[in-house]
Design a binder for this molecule. Structure first.
Ligand code: DON
Length: 304
């Protein structure tokens, strides 16, 4: 398979409409400055190659893609007990919805909506004493780029406007589903969301799942079964209330973030990261989904 040619073709497919539809995530003021027409993509393959198009080397705010790496760290330590505090079902609601959380007594539907990620951050904080630092360390090691860092301006910007996440966290604390102080959990959560990685870095870090849980140095972080389960959750819950539509179009497990990033795992091939900041109304990158739809359709490769 000539993956570089397929990436080039998918890029040519999305290029004419970049920035013409959707809008950037301006509810986080620091992200409102990002150009809507930017685009990059990278495919890191299991045989050690990295194919790239566009601004594949430019760091962007990974936002909710960090929720995936928080789960990757927390699950193997906590084991199945993690699922007593957060569910595994698609929410069918916006990623920052409050209403479902009250109906369900402070147990978030899944680890990839904001409430679920706050619980996973709380668990990781208890396990490590520094949740965002643990995720940063994992991403540096797996990407091989030790310059990966938290964009503190983005973290501060989100914290200043973070009333909705604070409401989710306080409600869960009132239900006994947070163990650490609310302000500490929120701070760690905002820092992990503000991690800045390029498509190249993110695709390389995603290889951990394509290798069924093996780290870049060959040591196991996840069991094969845990890697399977996490990818199943990406497929069913990784793109919020658009997970059905995205699964229909891509046939890949993937996780999105409102910074415009998407990380998808292509079984037997590698990990794909895209960045296109203009989002649809559900908060997913329009160009990223279009690009991956074209790539999976033209290559005939997906989970199915
Ligand atoms: O908490 C927020 O709203 C953002 N830091 C992340 C949102 C996002 O990327 C989509 N969430 N699941």
């Amino acid at each position: 398979m000539d993956w570089q040619r397929l990436l080039d073709q998918a890029y040519a497919h999305v290029a004419p409409s970049l920035g013409q539809r959707g809008r950037v995530a301006d509810y986080i003021p620091a992200l409102a400055q990002v150009p809507a027409h930017a685009f990059g993509a990278a495919l890191a393959t299991l045989d050690g190659e990295c194919h790239e198009v566009g601004e594949a080397g430019k760091p962007f705010s990974i936002q909710s893609v960090s929720k995936l790496f928080a789960l990757i760290l927390a699950l193997p330590v906590q084991g199945e007990a993690l699922w007593t505090r957060v569910g595994k079902e698609p929410s069918g609601n916006p990623f920052n919805s409050l209403v479902q959380l009250e109906y369900e007594q402070g147990i978030p539907r899944n680890p990839f909506i904001n409430a679920g990620a706050l619980v996973v951050t709380d668990i990781l904080q208890t396990q490590t004493g520094g949740a965002s630092a643990a995720i940063l360390d994992l991403l540096r090691t797996e990407s091989g780029n030790f310059e990966v860092a938290v964009d503190v301006a983005v973290a501060a910007s989100e914290a200043a406007e973070g009333n909705r996440n604070a409401a989710l966290a306080h409600f869960m604390a009132s239900c006994g589903n947070l163990r650490n102080p609310v302000e500490l959990v929120l701070g760690e959560y905002f820092r992990q969301c503000a991690l800045a990685l390029s498509c190249r870095d993110l695709a390389k870090a995603g290889l951990l799942l394509a290798r069924h849980g093996l780290r870049a140095d060959g040591t196991p972080l996840l069991t094969r079964s845990e890697a399977k389960r996490i990818q199943a959750l990406m497929m069913t819950c990784g793109t919020y209330d658009a997970a059905g539509e995205v699964a229909y179009r891509l046939g890949l497990p993937c996780k999105s973030g409102v910074g415009g990033g998407l990380l998808a795992i292509l079984p037997g091939v590698g990990a794909l990261a895209t960045w296109g900041p203009a989002l649809d109304e559900k908060g997913n990158s329009i160009a990223g989904v279009d690009f991956l739809d074209h790539l999976t359709t033209q290559s005939g490769r997906s989970v199915f």
